[in-house]
Design a protein around this ligand. Sequence first.
Ligand SMILES: [Zn+2]
Length: 90
Amino acid sequence: MSKQPPTPAPAPEPVPEPTAPVEEKKPEKKEKPKAPKRRIQVHKLYKVDGESLTRLRRECPRCGKGYFMAQHGNRFTCGHCGYTTYSQKS
Ligand SMILES: [Zn+2]
């Protein structure tokens, strides 16, 4: 009896499937139009006239120099400390 080497069973080669184009699932989200974030434009707070400098906004009495108050209608508000003062209109 001749010994035959055990023939390995031919493993069926995996047929490479044609890769279908992967469809990206897009979550249907409607992006709300965001308002652009406003940054304060410091150069608008000053008015340089030659050698003199004029501050166009009121300064915060609490925070001191360099802290300007925003104007909302008839009031001024400091965004730093929250100080609010009302402009008196007659
Ligand atoms: Zn302040």
